[in-house]
Every structure is written in C-alpha cells, then in structure tokens.
Design a protein. Structure first.
Lengths: 550, 254
C-alpha cells in the first residue's frame, strides 16, 4: 500500500473516530436526574381500581393503609413542566413523588428554579449481574448440585406437605427472560398461565421472550424450574410477574430507576416477593455508600418492603474483587440478602460478596448454593453466582410463607433467619446460614435439648476447642427429610461439619470470624489475650458456646 | 546427619498433628479500613489512552511550515499514576505517536524543493514518548475518575521518517505517466530526539489534550537547504482522547 492510500485510509478512520467522539459528547453532556416534587396537590386516587385484588389482599393482611399518599399519582402539571424543559422524561415514581428525566446542565438549573421542585438528584450507575460462568463441571457435580440446591434447604419436607408456592406471586427483575416460554423446564408455568404479567421497563413495552438476555430465565428456573422430575427451585406452583429492568450488556448510564418503576408495578400487581439478582456497585458508589440509604435502588427496595413485599436480593459476586463488599440493594435493611456457598465445600464461595454493610449491619442475612443447575436457552447447565442463591431462597420463602400465611413480610424475613442452620450464630459471609424447611413445619415453642458437641479449655490465654463426636448430631435429625425421598449420598456432596468462631465487640458487631475444619477431636484454638472485653461465640453442629473475655 | 532428618520428620509430623485447618478467616476491621479504593480515590491507577489530534493552524510561528486539513497526530499509550494525598496523583506516560503533516504548497514556506510546488507533499514519522505526569483531581463523581487536569512533559525518540510527494504530469513528456509519486526515506535532516510539554483536561473516559513541542524538528546543520535552517513544523497540537482506567489487580475499571 502506498503512503498516499494509507493516508486516505487514515483520514477515513479519523472522520469515523471524530463522529464517534462527537456522538459521545452529545450523549454524555446530558445526565439523568431524579426531580423530586414538593407535593401531589390536586391528584385523586382510588386504590380499589388501581391495585390488583391480590395487592389489596396483601395490604389489608399487613395492615397497610389503602389511602397512603405515596400511592397517589403525581401532579400532571408538574410532570408536564419537567417534560417541557428537559430533553426527555423517562418515567415517574409515585413512591418518591418524582420524575426521572434526561437533561443538560442548563436545563437542570432551570428545573431547580421551579417552585414545586423540592430537590434534584443525579442518577448514573452501572449494574453487575450477579452471576459468574464456570466452564468445567463433571456430570457427577451436576447431579449432586441439582439435587443439593433445594434439598440443602429441606425441600422434600415442603413438597411432602404440598407447599410449592401455590397462591404466592413473585416478581423477578432482571436483564431478560429469553426463551423462558419455550423451555421444557419452565413449561408448567406457562401452561398453567402462571406468568400473570410481563413488562420491559427498558423499552417501555411488553416483554419479549425472543429477545434480551437469558439471565432472568436462569433465575426463574431456580425458583420454579423442574428438570427430569427434579426440582431446580422450590416454588413451581407460584405465579410470576416478569420485569426487564436492565440491558444485558453494560450500558453507559444504567437504569436504577427502572428497578424503582418495576417495584411500583409489582406492588400494583400484587407481588408478595421480589427477586433481584442485580447489584449496583463501583460506577457511582463507594463502599461507604452501602449503608442502606444512599443508592436509589436501595431506597426503592426499602419502600417496596414498607408496602408489605418481601424483597430478596443477591449479595453480589465481588468477594475476590477490590470492591469485595455487597452491592445495592443488598445493603437495604429490609432486604433479605443472600450469600453463596460452594456446594462441594459447604461454606462460603470465595467470590460471594462480604458483609457487613458500611454501617456494620449484618449482611448477607442467609445463604444458599452459589452454584446451581439452571435452565437457559442453551439447555440445563451449572452456573455460579449469588444470582442463583437469591432465587433459591425466593422459592423457599414462597413455600414458608404459604405454610404460614399469618406472617407479614418482615415477620417471614425474621423467621427465615431463625430457620437457618447457624442461627443464632452468624457471620458476614453466611449470615445465619441455610434456611431449613423443618423449622416452618415444627412447633418451635418446644425447647429442644441440644447436647454439647464440643468443649473448650483455657491454658495461658489459649482457648482450645475439643470436638465431642460421640454424641448424636442434632443435624442428623434435621435432615430427616432425606429418608422421605430416594436420597442417597451419591446424589449430594459430602461435606464435613465445620467449627465456626466469631469475636463480637462491645458494639455488637463482629471484629473477626473464622471457619475451622476439625481434625479428629481437635477443633482449633485461638489466643484470647488481645480480645479483652469481647465476646467469643463458637458453633459446631447446632451447639453454640459463648464466653466473655475479661 | 540422619539424626537431623529424623528430628525434622518428627517436628513436621508434630506440627501437622497440632495444626488447625482454618478454611476461612476474616478480619472485619481490616476489611473496612480497605474500603473506598475506587477509581476516584485509588492509590494506584493504570489507564490506556487513545488520542487523536490536529496541528493548530492559527498560531503558527513565522516562517514555519503550514499544514493542510487532514494533517493529524494519533497516539496510543499507557499511563500509570500513584496517589499523593486526596487531590493529587503523579506517575508517568508512555505512548506511541504517529504524525502526518500535509504540507501546504502555496504558503511560500515549503519544506523541501523550495522552488517546486507539488500537488501533494506529506511528511510522516513515528515517535515513542515517555515522560512524567502530575494529576490534579478537580472533581470526583461518585466512584468514578471524575474530572482531572494532567500536566506533564515528554521526551521522544523519532523513527520511520518519510517524505511523500505526488504530482499530476503531462504523460507526453513523462513516458506516458499521468502521476508521479516519490517517497524519500531515512531522512537525515530530522532530529532523532524531541521533547515538549502537555496538558490533559479529562472527565472519566473522555479528555481533551494539548501538546507543545519545545524542541526543533529539523537539525540545525544540514546540506539540503544550502546550509540554512529548514522551516519548522507546527509545535502545538490539540486533540481529543479516550482513556480506560483500571486499578491493577482488581475488576474495577472505568
């Protein structure tokens, strides 16, 4: 190629590049803003025509006012005024009494001067879909994971009692549900007309199953999928509201507001539970923002909980990244955040995000398998991420709530924590551990006599734990459900029982925690000299010892 | 000798027997101390850079070479920065730069062949730049890089020079050829080394930059212009760039 033609080629590349940059400048000189209004003057509202009967039923059960001003529509004049000034209006929120718009610096300054505008907040963030791909799995791993993902939560007990999510309505917010309507694993949901409503909040149209990502399809399968007569999720009889709130590929300015719009839509259409397998982290937020009130999606999740909805979110997959901690909305205090455990090890998957929140509240609250058999357009395969831990707990929660309809959303939240394997012990990667079905089917007022499974001794500031394996493990009786189905050891991972130990400070938050794999009768040791004034708790096979270091 | 081996063996066995198998241990306070290491507050940043620029024609020096539109500079490089307090960073840049000067033939100041105007005359060369950079963080937006001003200097090694010219000619007196192109390589009159200063005003991944070359492009002594200095190439370049920053060893990027 001669220099002349090379230069001509470079000129063309240059023009293309400049066009790209100009496009970039044009688009990104504008930001997305949330404009809050001072009041809703002049708006009228009839809750009985606005809410679906299922939503009214939920609100009455939870003693939530039907004339709540946060459900009233916005003042149309206010919205029109914003629309006239801004480049475009992207939507409105009744809960926040706000409009979301795209505007440049001058436009937003003009909007701020309007007498009915209370506040303006800039929005821009990037979501992380909480799933990871793992390439290599053996067929044996597949069978064990498929069986274990629900049986580790005690699924056979719920199934035996016919608790499969009947009458529960679950909303899923995700990046797309491609092929969900044609997969055999989800066929029963569609033939039973259990997909009540769908909406694409990205494109503002009815959801299409032939487009978008299939992450939501995988999530749905972890709630309600059935593969070869084996449950992938625990609530195959539940009803569903499917909302696309995010694009699959990383966008320049993502759509937390779509999550909010979808939550209001889910509330209106009678959702009992929301599953969110999306996490919002680095692009807009610092870790110190993960304190339960900063991110829009966190505030929206808390709002949804205040409407009587049980909101369940993946903790995130940032455990091995610099971010490390949970993402929004898993930091919300009214959101049940779910961490992932590695099925073959029986404890924390290293990539599952760590708690606590920035203000040191316990997160995640509970755990489930972090690797699960999921259905997607490519068939059934193993996939990893807290994206799948969360819907496994959603399916569980639907059955538990079905078994105890007397509970409100926050009561079932607490009971889910109490039912978990480690409770009342906790740490910041497992929460209280894996919820167990038997808790919801037994009389929990009966005090159980749990024999000590270990003892400890002190010698020169070294606390030594000694395992007492001669006693029958209470855990064995909790897995009574195993005998109710053809459930052999070959079909699940065999994992050891671990010693869990944490150190709590005088403020009630943890300073450190560890998990020890016992060797024979040796359950580990810890130097307590630097722990004066702190409380040590040790857990082994449902028995907990607590000691205060003086 | 054997005694030592036996002693070491029993010591090893004893340690294994005594040791506890801690599969997970987390110090919460240490974890919280390490928070907020996002792009806006990173202790250590690396960034790729991709720049396009033009030679500014309005402030040419007297007797310098005029260039036509279509002349440009293209950079591809990397930057590494370390935090100096909350508002400053310092580090280095290195980049490959490609220069095309489309020399105007009607300005009265020509590069070579002063008495001959070509239909086209392009001087091109490559250079590798390296130099220090000092960053002033103007405004962080959330966890993003935010707005910043980089001030730096660079030294370059130049290579791969070529001077291309093209003329439409009368085929009847040029052996039937309508166009004659010539390309001169390995130009001895260009300085191998150059240096200058630069400034970059950026917001997240987008930036505007300016470079000013302090050194002369051409050697002071040469035998191609009757021993006189060649007219100088433009010194000021302005451009736009695109940069992707990341924190080494993490997934955090912008």
């Amino acid at each position: 190629m001669s220099t002349y033609y090379f230069i001509a080629l470079m000129n063309r590349i240059l023009i293309l590049f400049i066009s790209f940059i100009l496009f970039h400048i044009t688009v990104f000189s504008q930001d997305k803003y949330m404009v809050y209004f001072k009041d809703k003057s002049g708006s009228t509202f009839n809750p009985y025509t606005y809410f679906a009967p299922k939503a009214i039923q939920r609100k009455l059960h939870a003693h939530i006012s039907m004339a709540d001003s946060t459900d009233f529509p916005l003042n149309n004049d206010y919205v029109t005024a914003i629309h006239d000034i801004a480049t475009t209006t992207l939507g409105t929120s009744r809960w926040f009494n706000a409009a979301v718009c795209l505007a440049n610096e001058e436009q937003i300054q003009e909007i701020q001067t309007l007498p009915f505008v209370k506040d303006v907040e800039i929005l821009a963030s990037q979501k992380r879909v909480s799933s990871l791909e793992i390439d290599i799995h053996s067929a044996s791993d597949f069978a064990k994971t498929l069986n274990g993902q629900t049986q580790s939560l005690g699924h056979p007990l719920f199934k035996l009692n016919d608790y499969e999510g009947q009458g529960m309505r679950i909303a899923i917010f995700d990046v797309g549900f491609k092929a969900a309507n044609i997969l055999g694993e989800l066929h029963h949901i569609f033939t039973a007309n259990h997909v009540i409503k769908t909406y694409d909040f990205v494109k503002k149209e009815t959801l299409r199953f032939d487009k978008g990502g299939s992450h939501g399809t995988m999530v749905l399968s972890c709630i309600a999928g059935i593969y070869d007569d084996t449950n992938m999720g625990m609530a195959p009889q539940a009803e569903f509201l499917l909302a696309r709130t995010e694009r699959l590929i990383t966008e320049f300015g993502s759509e937390e507001e779509n999550w909010l719009f979808a939550a209001e839509w889910a509330d209106k259409n009678g959702a009992d539970i929301i599953n969110s397998s999306l996490g919002y982290t680095t692009q807009r937020y610092y870790q110190h923002d993960m304190q339960g009130s900063t991110a829009l999606v966190t505030r929206a999740a808390n709002f949804a909980a205040s409407k009587g909805i049980l909101v369940i979110s993946s903790a995130g997959n940032e455990g091995t990244s610099l971010w490390k901690t949970i993402g929004a909305p898993a930091d919300a205090d009214s959101v049940l955040s779910v961490g992932g455990i590695e099925p073959s090890l029986g404890y924390h998957s290293k990539w599952s995000s760590y708690g606590p929140t920035a203000d040191k509240r316990l997160k995640p609250n509970v755990s489930a398998y972090g690797t699960a058999a999921v259905a997607s357009k490519n068939g059934v395969e193993l996939n990893s991420g807290t994206s799948f831990s969360s819907p496994l707990i959603v399916g569980f929660a639907a059955c538990a709530w079905q078994a105890h309809p007397e509970y409100t959303n926050m009561e079932i939240f607490e009971e889910l924590e109490k039912s978990a394997t480690l409770y009342p012990y906790f740490d910041y990667v497992h929460g209280y551990g894996l919820p167990q079905a038997n808790y919801f089917l037994e009389d929990n007022n009966i005090v159980k006599d749990i024999q000590p499974t270990f003892s400890y001794s002190l010698d020169k500031n070294i606390l030594t734990i000694t395992i007492n394996d001669s006693l029958e493990s209470p855990k064995d009786s909790m897995l009574l459900a195993d005998s109710l189905v053809a459930y052999s050891n070959e079909k699940r991972f065999s994992v050891p029982d671990y010693v869990y130990l944490h150190v709590e400070n005088e403020n009630g938050t943890l300073d450190k925690y560890k998990i020890i794999r016992p060797k024979g009768s040796k359950g580990g040791s810890i130097n307590i000299k630097p722990l004066k004034g702190k409380t040590i708790r040790i857990y082994y096979k449902h028995y907990i010892e607590e000691l205060y270091v003086e | 000798m054997w005694n030592k081996f036996i002693l070491l063996f029993f010591l090893g066995v004893s340690l294994i027997a005594q040791g506890q198998d801690t599969v997970l241990e987390q110090d919460v306070n240490q974890q919280l101390e390490n928070m907020d290491q996002g792009l806006g507050s990173a202790k250590h940043l690396m960034a790729s850079s991709n720049k396009f620029g033009f030679y500014l024609s309005s402030i040419y020096e007297n007797d310098s070479i005029r260039t036509k539109s279509g002349s440009f500079v293209f950079d591809l490089g990397m930057q590494e920065l370390w935090r100096l307090g909350n508002h400053f960073m310092a580090g280095y840049n290195w980049e490959y730069q490609f220069n095309i000067f489309k020399v105007r033939q009607d300005s009265g100041v020509n590069l070579l062949s002063m008495n001959l105007e070509h239909d086209k005359q392009n001087l091109s060369f490559h250079q590798m730049n390296f130099g220090p950079v000092f960053r002033i963080k103007l405004k962080n937006k959330g966890n993003k890089i935010g707005q910043y001003l980089d001030l730096g200097a660079y030294g370059s090694i130049n290579f791969g020079y070529s001077l291309f010219s093209r003329d439409q000619v009368d085929p009847t007196i040029n052996n039937g050829a309508r166009t004659i192109e010539t390309k001169q390589l390995r130009l001895d009159y260009i300085n191998r080394w150059s240096y200058g200063v630069e400034a970059v005003l950026g917001q997240n991944s987008l930036n505007f930059w300016a470079k000013y070359r302090l050194s002369n492009s051409f050697k002071t002594s040469n035998n191609i212009n009757n021993g006189n200095l060649l007219p100088e190439l433009p010194r000021l370049f302005l451009g736009i760039g695109f940069s992707v920053a990341s924190i080494p060893g993490s997934k955090v990027n912008d």
